[in-house]
Design a protein around this ligand. Structure first.
Ligand code: CU
Length: 98
């Protein structure tokens, strides 16, 4: 029983590590005129290397990217990815190291 508890603890340590080191990036996006624009950008951003999750809000005119464990966002790649779909990226900032 004691051994099982220890194994569980050891399993949890790397999981906590992942949770702490995930970077969240916020990017302003202009040029969207409907929900489907947001969806298009979202899909394209999700193809970027190291991106775990993407959420683009048409209302907020912003996108949020959660990076994979130990991956840092490349702002230039994000800008290029958005421009490739015909939209205009604005300010990009890291909002959290989750
Ligand atoms: Cu649209």
């Amino acid at each position: 029983m004691k051994r099982l508890t220890l194994s569980l603890l050891l399993l949890c340590i790397p999981l906590l590590g992942i949770a702490e080191s995930q970077e969240v990036v916020e990017v302003e996006i202009s040029g969207m005129f409907c929900e489907s624009c947001a969806h298009t950008i979202e899909e394209n951003l999700s193809k970027l290397h190291g991106v775990a999750e993407v959420d683009v809000s048409f209302k907020e005119k912003k996108g949020h990217l959660i990076m994979d464990h130990d991956q840092r966002a490349n702002f230039e790649d994000i800008r290029k990815n958005i421009r490739d779909k015909g939209y205009t990226p604005g300010e990009i900032k890291v909002t959290a190291q989750e």
